[in-house]
Design a binder for this molecule. Structure first.
Ligand SMILES: NC(=O)c1ccc[n+]([C@@H]2O[C@H](COP(=O)([O-])OP(=O)(O)OC[C@H]3O[C@@H](n4cnc5c(N)ncnc54)[C@H](OP(=O)(O)O)[C@@H]3O)[C@@H](O)[C@H]2O)c1
Length: 281
């Protein structure tokens, strides 16, 4: 077994003791504050939130491995971040994901994996496009399964580490134009909840990142006003703060996500008219 860089730390911030029982108000995950020397693999980090988070982690001393399809973009990242490693891959290719995971683990072990890969095209039922529906599923959801398949055996043997999945507030409830995207994010939310339940006793942390609107290539085609829009750097800061506080769900910006959470709690009789009122669709 490859020893993870986190194993020898006396005060292990990534790993929960198997028998620890958190109280009602204690953090759901072990707070992650000390990134020095941690091995973090970010999948979907050639741009946007993944890239900004990789950069923020690198600045805190983490050994960052970045993956995505665009090798030139990843090379620009490693040029600008000495010590960072690029492993280009397509998350829809099982073997490529497995090979990259094996490289990450063999090189420096794995403390934390962050699934940031995402695909988004607006779609409504009147223009149902099966190919796009399946594409969203392959990148946003099945790609995450490929990564889990590749890292879970190692993390379970290690008895520690952390898995973070980027979902979206679009997964809270069905929204107009989210026909292809929303269901994949709802699936990721459910996946993260179930992973947490299963992996917490094994000492492995799981967090779910649900951003509101962030200014990235993914949202650049949106023609509507994006309320409470933040930069990828602000998103990265929110993510690091959420990890440091040991949150399970890291959602931001709260001035927007609070409203999305309130919508989710509404009975459908009130929810559907509210969505129509806010979106005009
Ligand atoms: N921006 C927002 O407002 C917002 C809100 C909520 C949730 N999110 C989520 O946040 C995550 C990051 O998105 P972002 O906004 O930062 O957009 P982004 O800049 O477009 O980042 C998406 C990343 O996914 C990678 N990717 C896409 N398809 C891939 C594939 N087949 N294989 C490997 N990598 C792939 C892209 O790289 P390549 O193209 O080089 O492969 C890129 O690095 C996504 O899960 C997104 O759904 C974003």
């Amino acid at each position: 077994m490859t020893k993870s860089a986190l194993s020898p730390r006396p005060l292990d911030l990534v790993r929960y003791q198997n028998n620890s029982k958190p109280g009602l108000f204690s953090p759901l995950n072990a707070p992650m504050t000390d990134w020095q020397g941690r091995s973090v693999w970010l999948v979907g980090a050639s741009s946007g939130i993944g890239e900004a988070t990789a950069s923020a982690l690198h600045a805190r001393g983490a050994r960052v491995v970045v993956s995505a399809r665009s090798a030139p973009a990843l090379a620009r990242f490693t040029d600008a971040h000495p010590g960072a490693v690029a492993l280009p891959l397509d998350v829809t290719q099982t073997d490529a994901v497995l090979a990259a995971a094996q490289t990450v683990i063999a090189d420096a072990g794995l403390d934390c994996v962050v699934y940031c890969a995402g695909h988004y095209r607006e779609q409504r039922a009147m223009q149902f496009d099966l190919a796009e529906m399946l594409r969203h599923n392959e990148v946003n959801y099945v790609g995450a399964l490929h990564v889990l398949d590749a890292v879970l055996p190692h993390l379970l043997r290690q008895g520690g580490g952390h898995i973070s999945l980027i979902g979206s507030v679009a997964g809270y409830s069905g929204l107009p134009q989210g026909l292809a995207y929303g269901p994949t994010k709802a699936a990721l939310i459910n996946l993260a909840e179930t992973l947490y339940t299963d992996l917490r006793p094994a000492g492995i942390g799981v967090s779910l990142i649900n951003p509101g609107f962030v200014e990235t290539p993914l949202t650049a085609r949106n023609r509507f006003h994006m309320p409470a829009l933040i930069s990828p750097q602000q998103a990265a800061q929110e993510i690091l703060t959420g990890w440091a506080r040991g949150h399970f769900e890291i959602h931001f910006p709260r001035r927007f996500t609070r409203w999305m959470k309130a919508l989710r709690l509404m009975p459908y009789r009130l929810l559907f008219p509210a969505i129509r009122k806010f979106t005009g669709l």
